[in-house]
Design a protein around this ligand. Sequence first.
Ligand SMILES: [Ca+2]
Ligand SMILES: [Ca+2]
Length: 235
Amino acid sequence: MLNIQMIRPAIAMIELIFAIVIMGIVLMSAPMLISTATKSGYVSIIQEAIHGASSQVNMMTGYHWDERSADELFLDPILRVSAGSSDLDSDVNSSRRKGTPKESYRSFIRSDGTDDLNASVVLGKDGTETSEDDIDDFTGITNLIEIATSVADNVEKTTINISRSTNYNTDTVTGGYNQSDITYIPFVNATGTTNIKGITVNLSSTSVVDDLNKSISLRAFSCNIGAYKLEERDF
Ligand SMILES: [Ca+2]
Ligand SMILES: [Ca+2]
């Protein structure tokens, strides 16, 4: 009598065990993957905020240097200042800075002949104006990147602020034409008006999320050099 023994393949069970182990490994790494994705989202929010702040800096530097040079009827003159370096003062003969070509439009005298325009002592919006027309008009304005709603449905909306400020910075250098090098320390606030306005745009956050709780400052400066005018050719 034949004794036939059926041999059942066990490979299916091994495959199943492997599959369960692999699924276990994948599930174990899921929280880590989600956490990484969340952090990546925070980094994107911060990058977007920095990009927004950078845009603010660029936008501000495009405005007139001061209220006294913001008259749209005339080309921006160079303004007189109270606490600037004497090297940057007007030459008594030309009403331009020393070394400026006589043909240059960059002058302390406005195109209508008005002279002795002084830079504003008080920075900020001027008089009753409601919109900005010079760099420092943005001083003290604080905007949220997104205006918060009563129900916070997005961390970005309630946590990242942009604040903009402008100050007069020292414009004095050490060293000079007959010395080996020139040294200038930027962004040092000055008392009185000078020829350099420093712009600071701060990003701040009060988020409970550590990855979002940053304080970032972007800085730029703008100089009291008046405006230029392109020559025109008559045909
Ligand atoms: Ca103004
Ligand atoms: Ca102003």
